[in-house]
Design a protein around this ligand. Structure first.
Ligand code: SF4
Length: 123
């Protein structure tokens, strides 16, 4: 499965997506449903997310068959553990839904370090 990742600009100068890329390569966490994975590319969303559909279309044109939004867009770290809610983006569901609708690709919320009990939501 060729996978594109969309991350949030809010930690763009702090996180090089090491965990997200490792999870994709190892097919765990948000990528555990795939038999094989290859990274198509990564885009950085910028508020308020106006370009995110274009990013999805470009990723598709480069071969992406699914697009994942980083876990930090909808989850946060508390005392060293990731918990659901209060991530960087208050409208990531809308963004992922729009990308899915406009590209026809599954858009998945989740990459690395999923909160306990969270099953990746697919738009
Ligand atoms: S729109 Fe959401 S995902 Fe995009 S940069 Fe802003 S907070 Fe991050």
């Amino acid at each position: 499965m060729n996978i594109g990742i969309i991350r949030c600009e809010k930690n763009g100068d702090r996180c090089p997506l090491t965990g997200c890329i490792k999870s994709l390569e190892k097919r765990n966490e948000g990528f555990s449903n795939y038999d094989e994975t290859e990274l198509t590319g990564i885009f950085t969303c910028k508020c308020p997310g106006d370009k995110v559909v274009d990013f999805g279309k470009i990723l598709k044109s480069k071969g992406a068959e699914a697009i994942h939004f980083c876990t930090c867009t909808f989850s946060r770290k508390v005392d060293g553990k990731w918990v659901l809610g209060d991530g960087f983006c208050d409208h990531v569901d809308e963004l992922a839904g729009n990308v899915a609708k406009e590209t026809g690709l599954p858009c998945v919320k989740g990459t690395a370090h999923l909160p306990e009990g969270y099953q990746p939501v697919v738009f």
